[in-house]
Design a protein around this ligand. Sequence first.
Ligand code: 0A1
Ligand code: ZN
Length: 867
Amino acid sequence: MDIQQSLAQPAIAPAVTLRADYRPPEWLVPETALDFDLDPAATRVRTTLSVTRNGSHAEPLRLDGAGQEPLAVKVDGVLVNDWRIEGEQLVVPLAGDAHSVETEVVIAPDRNTQLMGLYASGGNLCTQCEAEGFRRITFFPDRPDVLSRYRVRMTADSARFPILLANGDPVAQGDAGEGRHWAEWNDPFPKPSYLFALVAGDLAVNRGSFTTRSGREVQLGIWVRASDLPRTDHALHALKLSMAWDERVYGREYDLDVFNIVAVDDFNFGAMENKGLNIFNSRYILADPDTATDYDYDGIAAVVAHEYFHNWSGNRITCRDWFQLSLKEGFTVYRDQGFSADQGSPAVKRIEDVRSLRAAQFPEDAGPLAHPVRPDAYQEISNFYTATIYNKGAELIRMMATILGPQAFRAATDLYFDRFDGTAATCEDFVACMEESSGRDLGQFRLWYGQAGTPRVSASVDHAPGGGRATLRLAQRVPATPGQPDKQPMVLPLKLRLFGAETGRPLTDERLVLLDQPAETVTFEAITERPILSINRGFSAPVVIESDRTAADLAFLSAHDDDPFARYEAMQQLMLDTLVAGAIEGAADHDAVVAAIFNTLENPELDYAFMAEAVLLPSESFIGDQLAVVDPEAVHRARETLRRAIGQGLADSWRQLYAVLQQGPYAYTPDAKGKRRLRGVALGYIAASGDADTGRLAFRQFEAADNMTDRQAALTTLANGDYAEREAALDIFYNRYADNSLVLDKWFQTQALSSRADTAALVEQLAQHPDFSLANPNRARSLIGAFGVNQRAFHTAGGAGYRFLADQLIALDTLNPQTAAKLLPPLGRWRRFDEQRAALMRAELERIVAVPSLSKDMFEQASKSLE
Ligand code: 0A1
Ligand code: ZN
């Protein structure tokens, strides 16, 4: 009955699914009718499938389940008993080529701690079916290439669940007697089971409408608990902007009469694109100036857009199998990045996206969990919702757009949407459309889908003094990754330009070089002064550039490059070189960095948001990634020393900026956001200078702030230091927001990310705090997830941080394997550390793998991390 809610079997050599084993489904399911008798303790699900044999074969119908026993099985309306359970599948022999098959099960949403399938959150009922959650609701061929039309009937207690929502359009509703009511929804678009959704609850709605360019009026609704209603306007606005943007930029219109979004507090990921009924983690819906930062506002708009864009890139055209996940995710991330770029500064957006690629995807690609954008094998598909599938996948689309150019790319996406509408497609289908529409050969480009690892490109320019020709030597190397020892050269689209070292003028136009050989030279004529190379402009390829540019050349580019990304990048490289020298040698010359920052702050042509990005130092983890063996304390010292030099060397500039950037009442405009961001950076550098008034200054900002961005910036500064005001600020913040779980997450996270020496001990204490709970994924991530990426704290000598993380993951795995497995990767980076740390980290991984009845999610991640 409800044994389906118990967790996975002991993780002894879980089965591996191979991409090469793909076979079309044996049975199709053109129509699905679901009848839910909803109750948190025992929900009865009656399912009627119309099934048709696909091709000529004699195989029985196989329906996926997750441990549940069918209470009854009917074929063409008649009870049968010749069915059997094989593994987790219900197998029903069928004589003809078309039948109706009915099943009935009872499930227990209130015992569902995995948050997959039908579960309870905040007293409401909701679903999450991607990737394989639908089988936890009912028996079904739970694979993305079985597309079905769904009709859903829900009956529930009228007082507890006054609102009943499902995919598609509402059809009818009525009274069911005995205090219960019912509603029926119909989705006319065939869809895979992972896009199924229902919500039952006591919800209030912020309604809007959008008229599509062909004149269809769409009713929009953002559904939340009544007290959260005032915090839904930003999401609703972002939804309307997204709908207009997709029409304008991709020619894609919405296709149903209603589009609903529901926010829930307990959610494993960010949000889910269920057809016509998106379900969101509330952190990506709820915002007002008092509780959400500018970063949160931007994240909400991006995720609302992402899920909305999936209606075409994901729902109308879905994935044939889960190995094709990046078909919908990489493309949709690329689309949401374009949307966000158009709302504000494209340069700043690109910098942010590259920063997160480097923070999450590069280490993944360099570690034990590296996998291609189109993987070849998995044990648990939930483990493949990764930065590689999403963010590197988006970079692949971006490179194709760069190679084709904007018009040809748009023509190619039109072809793709037209040709594959209503089908389950592959990454190959997408690339073939790019090729066919543009006439370009993308044969070698396809290696990007199959080869893991971040390519490294070396670049150096020769120029004889007084001579007219410059020669650029390029070479590429793709590092070995698990299961892929040898790599072939890839196609790397590199945008580049030369600048004159003497005049500061560009010496060439921007060129797009497609590096597709192991090594190549590019020549430039009529170069009359020493050239300085600007390469990978706009981050045109997701690679690491190794160049011999000096500190002086990088400082020059940081001041003169006309590509804003390249300018930022030159500054980052200059900082990184200085920090790496500091970490390895214990000291470094800081003057070039300080001077370059000064020039950036003094440049009247730059906007504040860009300045803020450009003057921020690379993170400790990213500095660590550049070292042969990471020494977390040396990295921390080098970074703090440089921060102090910048703080002290430019003390007047920071003070002046801090005063000048103070604003009147809060506004959410690009200019106001930029000012807040740069002022926050200035406060950080004032603190780094060590001036005695820092605590007072930060506390004053903390108290005077009329918005969360300023308040959180001040709190972060205080939490990182040893100020008298530190405890008071943390207490005030906690008490002020004690009933707002999203803000309490910030309270936990800010402390877990602290750069103080005692953070590891503090995090252990916070895990005992009455407000800490592993049952809520946001809360678990805010403490455990943040701690894992705090390089200094997590790697505190002695291994207490490793033990703590492993303890938490083992506990969390019994509740929610998916969320637990996502937090494991920091332990898998043991190869990057000294022997002592590596041994301690391995020991914790071994302890995890040895846990009896470990989930297959955790088993896969932990065992691969040990290899
Ligand atoms: N398709 C969603 C991501 C997602 C994946 C799995 C989930 O289940 C726990 C939830 C959401 C997206 O790309 O937004
Ligand atoms: Zn997505």
